[in-house]
Design a protein around this ligand. Structure first.
Ligand code: ZN
Length: 85
């Protein structure tokens, strides 16, 4: 069992180094540059996502997705967690 597993790992490594893998990466990078417009759209979507509201049940208030991680560290939120305990 153990030997078989090792063999499989070795095979994977060889493939990664192979020309096929390099070719794939080249194509991928090329596609990525060609799709930079798509990439920008993705970023734009993320920006919009950050402005979307997220409801905190503990504080009974709404914050944005962008502000969520910050909200989790606020005193009000931490105090409310303590109160719920
Ligand atoms: Zn909260």
């Amino acid at each position: 069992m153990l030997i078989q597993h090792k063999k499989r790992k070795k095979k994977k490594k060889i493939w990664n180094k192979s020309e096929k893998s390099k070719e794939y990466q080249r194509k991928y990078t090329k596609n990525f540059i060609n799709n930079s417009e798509k990439y920008q759209q993705k970023l734009e979507k993320k920006k919009i996502w950050g402005k979307l509201p997220k409801f905190c049940e503990i504080c009974n208030r709404t914050v944005t997705n962008d502000g969520w991680s910050g909200h989790l560290k606020t005193k009000i939120h931490l105090e409310n967690i303590e109160k719920k305990k």
